[in-house]
Structure formats: structure tokens, C-alpha cells
Design a binder for this molecule. Structure first.
Ligand code: DP6
Length: 327
């Protein structure tokens, strides 16, 4: 019997970051995190059992995928369905660059787990699926939920939930793309290096709960300034841990710094906006809806910024009846 299902997931951007693992085997994060799920970017995934081939196949935007990604996808399906499962044909399409610090693994693994769980009979509850996706890529667990999302890492397993629906506090996220190529080192390997070598790593992890509490309060009170302060501070702390790793991990380029300066200039003019930066050189600006136009224009005019993507907050991963373009 042919079993085919489709799903879509949106990437998420962390405001209080995940950077470090407590358990490598289970891929459990060392601390909790908080993120916003985007609506303008997406990854659509089709999973079909059995594949025509004897082993799993993976195509990404119509091209056969590299071996490393293929292995991560196969490991994720093994974890879900057991090692003696049928081989899967997996097709993935995204409307944004992959592995460039735009959180592509968050939407990819969320969409993969959602589609595979619909193709094969298995429990469907969102938290179980989020945990399975998180075992493949920590940030993917958050893409099962809408709006502003908190991931708690204190117990045996992670807990994830939406703490503000997309419409409840409709923030805008503007991504200034400063380089399109894949990053030099993947975030998983980079955070393992940070944990092993940065003298700041331990204090970074110890302070995460305090930052999360501030973030939670800011979201509860819709206090944009408070959210801005804790998010920028948390981002710069994470990059300090990266920079002080050995060898150092530096994802920024000149345009990243220019983008940060653009945000600072907007802040001096009392525009409600703040920045965050992940494992890549893109600058992500978060702002209140009224400020969106000014932030888009300012970032688009920033030296070295190639293009600007503007997004609202989006929904969690979900099944699709079909792929819209028949891909
Ligand atoms: C900087 O989720 O890609 O974007 O679990 O190893 O796949 P793995 O890591 P991943 O790391 C995301 C790191 C980050 C911060 C964040 O999203 O919280």
C-alpha cells in the first residue's frame, strides 16, 4: 500500500536562544528558549512510504540532497518509526535559502515529522511530535506552535507551548539577508564546540532561566521595550559565547554590523524595533506593526543588505491535503 502525506511548517526565530545541549543522544537543550513563528517563510514536505528505491531518498527544491541532511532525515524517521520501517521518499520545498541562518532546520524537521506522522499510523498529539522533531533539531520543536512560543527544558523531556497566539500580539519580523550561501559551520556542531571551549558557556546557561522569565513577563504584559531589552541582550550573550569558543565561531559579516547600526539608529528615533541574529549573518528585526514600513526601508537601504523579507507571526506545523503547486 502506498502511504503519502504532505505538511507545511514555518521557521521560527528565537528571542531567548537555544545554544547548547544537555544530552547529545536525545538532543536535549541545556536550557529553555523562546521564539516567534513566522508566516511568510515556509517549508513544505511530502513523505511517501515505500520509496521506489531500497533506501530513503531526499530531494530539496527539486535537487537530490547532500548526504549529511539525508542522514539526519533518515535518523529522524528511524526514531519515529523504528529501524525496520519501510524506506521513505521525502521531498522538501522551501521559499527561502537553506542552512544560511534563516532557521531552515526548524521548519524542515517540523514539516518532516508532521508529514511522516500522517503517512504512517502513529500517535498524533502535538507535544509528542514536537519532541520527536526536537530530537532531530532542537529549534524544530518550537515550529509546531503558533505566535510566540516557549520551550522548557527543565524536566526529563522538553515541554513546548504557545504563550501568545499570532493575532494576540501581532509583531512583525523583518529579515535583512546579507549573504545567501550556506554557513561555514552548522549550529549543532558549533554549540558543542562552545560548550567544550568557551569560558563563558556555563554562565550563559545559568542565566537562561532569568532571561526567559523576563521574556515571559514582557509577552504577558505586551511590554515591547522589555522584550527588546532581554532579546538583544540574550542574542549578544550567545554571540559572545560563540566568539570566545576555540576556534572562534563568527557568523557576522560587515553588513550584519551595518544592519545592527541601522536598528540602533531607528531606536534613537524612537521606532519600536530590536534586532536578533542567529547562526548566520542575517539580521532579524522585530518591530510593532506600525513601524514595519520604516524598518523595511531602513534595512533595504543598508550597505551590504541583499534583500529584505518581511513577515508576520504564523501558525504551527500542519498537514496539507495536497501540495499547492503539485510539487
Ligand atoms: C542560533 O535547532 O539548528 O538558531 O538541535 O543542533 O539542530 P540542532 O540546532 P538548531 O539550533 C538553533 C540555534 C539558533 C538559536 C535558536 O534557534 O534558539
Amino acid at each position: 500500500m502506498r502511504m503519502l502525506a504532505h505538511a507545511v511548517a514555518q521557521p521560527n526565530i528565537a528571542l531567548v536562544k537555544y545554544w547548547g545541549k544537555r544530552n547529545l543522544e536525545e538532543n536535549l537543550p541545556a536550557a529553555g528558549s523562546m521564539s516567534v513563528t513566522l508566516d511568510a517563510l515556509w517549508t513544505r514536505m511530502s513523505v511517501e512510504f515505500p520509496a521506489a528505491a531500497a533506501a530513503d531518498t531526499l530531494s530539496v527544491n527539486g535537487l537530490e540532497s547532500g548526504r549529511e541532511m539525508q542522514a539526519r532525515v533518515s535518523a529522524c524517521l528511524d526514531r519515529m518509526l523504528g529501524g525496520s520501517r519501510l524506506p521513505a521518499a521525502v521531498r522538501s520545498e522551501s521559499n527561502f535559502p537553506i542552512a544560511a541562518g534563516l532557521a531552515s532546520s526548524s521548519s524542515a524537521f517540523a514539516a518532516l515529522v508532521m508529514a511522516a506522522s500522517r503517512a504512517m499510523p502513529m500517535p498524533h498529539d502535538t507535544l509528542s511530535l514536537a519532541r520527536l522533531a526536537g530530537a532531530a533539531s532542537g529549534s524544530a520543536a518550537r515550529s509546531f506552535y503558533e505566535g510566540i512560543v516557549e520551550l522548557r527544558a527543565g524536566g526529563e523531556q522538553i515541554d513546548v507551548r504557545s504563550i501568545s497566539a499570532a493575532k494576540e500580539w501581532p509583531l512583525c519580523v523583518i529579515v535583512a539577508v546579507t549573504a545567501e550561501g550556506p554557513k561555514a559551520i552548522g549550529s549543532g556542531d558549533a554549540m558543542i564546540r562552545s560548550a567544550a571551549t568557551s569560558p563563558f558557556y556555563r554562565s550563559w546557561v545559568e542565566r537562561q532561566d532569568a532571561d526567559l522569565e523576563l521574556g515571559r513577563q514582557a509577552v504577558r504584559d505586551k511590554d515591547f521595550e522589555k522584550l527588546a531589552a532581554v532579546s538583544e541582550h540574550n542574542c549578544l550573550k550567545m554571540h559572545s559565547v560563540m566568539w570566545t569558543s576555540r576556534p572562534p565561531i563568527v557568523y557576522w559579516n560587515e553588513a550584519t554590523l551595518n544592519g545592527m547600526e541601522t536598528i540602533r539608529e531607528l531606536q534613537r528615533r524612537a521606532v519600536p524595533v530590536f534586532f536578533t541574529i542567529d547562526a548566520g549573518p542575517q539580521v532579524k528585526a522585530i518591530c510593532l506593526p506600525d513601524a514595519c514600513g520604516a524598518v523595511v526601508s531602513a534595512l533595504a537601504a543598508t550597505a551590504g543588505v541583499k534583500r529584505v523579507i518581511s513577515s508576520g507571526l504564523g501558525r504551527g506545523a500542519r498537514e496539507l491535503d495536497d501540495l499547492p503547486d503539485g510539487a
